[in-house]
Design a binder for this molecule. Structure first.
Ligand SMILES: C=C(O[C@@H]1C=C(C(=O)O)C=C[C@H]1O)C(=O)O
Length: 387
């Protein structure tokens, strides 16, 4: 029997536990329903042990910091083995299809935004770190995040989020993880790592500018970014680190100059890095090697991570963490959980960050962060009733 996409969206709306992962290349759109096993707050070792016991696909995410233990729910890290998974474009399924996938579809209801809280002191809070980087040039980069809290009168509708994500962000990875009254949603352009046998791929995505309103302005903005020393340096730090970490385990292919990666709101410098693993290295091992890349951490790594812990007022949880799936044959892909939100019932948190260097203008960085947040703001706006 052919399953309609609308039935999957309705089932997502109604399920207690469901996952959605669409790849940026449009090749795969996984929907998973129910749960045969779950893993909360895992270490990478626990995740590898958990995976070894499963014969069905696994979906979920690791928190950005593995050692922050006061996170709640999804944000502490969560993996699920759904009872049934379908890759919609290919029709491949795993597990047993539930008999009554979805009851009748209800029309989406509109919700009201009651409160919005922003980090209005972000620029002043981050000033000292730019001074520190100017004094000590060994401190090259730190990616600092900002969060926004939204309170609605009703919860977001996840089925509708999936439909709107596909329309609004077709060239991004699109992820929705639902666990009872919690949702984690991301429309991220950034692959952490994909593995297929001995082939693997990762990417450096760092250095950003807005999109132009017409193709001429857009091209000018791209040129400006491609010649901007601060952004080129910020990007080069990520490429350098990825190469250093991967050279020992793989033969690598990559372009010598960054390309452009364009989303509807923002464009980035982009260096795809692919290769062949010299020995069988698992996806979990590659996450251990790569996360956090300087695209979301910084250089030097430990100083940057301490700085993030000290200066960000809200914990990252899954924000900027590795989010992905693993299939029983060892194939799989993890992305970086940015352009993301976490919803707990009627309460929603948005996260975005920017790479800070000694040459950064913090007002401009704050503006860039708000631009990155507009990806999730636009998504939730789609459900909001005005007036
Ligand atoms: C931190 C984010 O994005 C990261 C930071 C970028 C930058 O500073 O140029 C670009 C892409 C991402 O690696 C985010 O979107 O929240």
């Amino acid at each position: 029997m052919v399953i309609k996409r609308t039935a999957l969206l309705a089932a997502f709306q109604q399920a207690d536990s469901a996952v959605y992962f669409a790849t940026a290349d449009g090749q795969h759109e996984y929907f998973g329903f129910g749960q045969v096993a779950t893993l909360m707050n895992p270490s990478l070792t626990e995740l590898a042990d958990f995976q070894a016991k499963q014969s069905l696909p696994i979906f979920g995410g690791l928190p950005f910091f593995s050692n922050q233990h006061d996170q709640v729910g999804l944000m502490s890290g969560y993996f699920v083995v759904p009872a049934w998974v379908i890759d919609y474009p290919t029709g491949t399924t795993w597990g047993r299809q539930p008999k009554d996938l979805a009851r009748a579809v209800e029309p989406p209801k509109k919700i009201r935004l009651l409160e919005q809280h922003d980090e209005t002191d972000w620029v002043s809070r981050m000033t000292a770190v730019v001074d520190e980087m100017q004094r000590d040039r060994a401190k090259e980069k730190v990616v600092l995040g900002m969060q926004r809290e939204l309170i609605f009168d009703q919860p977001l509708e996840p089925g509708q989020l999936i439909a709107d994500l596909a329309r609004q962000q077709p060239q991004a990875y699109r992820i929705v993880i639902k666990r009872r009254s919690e949702l984690f949603v991301s429309a991220t352009p950034e692959r952490l790592v994909a593995v297929n046998g001995r082939s693997f791929a990762t990417a450096a995505v760092a250095g950003s500018i807005r999109r132009g309103n017409d193709s001429k302005t857009d091209e000018q903005l791209a040129k400006q970014l491609q010649h901007d020393p601060k952004n080129l340096h910020e990007h080069a730090l990520v490429v350098r680190r990825l190469k250093e970490q991967l050279m020992p385990v793989a033969d690598l292919n990559y372009p010598c100059k960054p390309r452009m990666l364009k989303g509807p709101q923002i464009q980035h410098l982009y260096t795809p890095i692919a290769g062949k693993l010299k020995a069988a290295v698992s996806l979990v091992d590659l996450i251990r090697v790569l996360h956090p890349t300087p695209a979301l951490g910084g250089v030097p790594r430990e100083w940057a991570l301490d700085t993030i812990r000290d200066l960000e007022t809200s914990q990252r949880g899954l924000f900027a963490g590795p989010i992905g799936y693993m299939l029983p044959d060892g194939r799989g892909e993890f992305v970086v959980g940015i352009r993301s939100l976490w919803a707990q019932d009627r309460q929603v948190r948005l996260f975005a960050g920017a790479g800070i260097l000694a040459a950064s203008d913090l007002e401009q960085e704050a503006q860039e962060i708000r631009l990155k947040m507009s990806v999730m703001m636009k998504l939730v706006e789609g459900q909001v009733k005005h007036g």
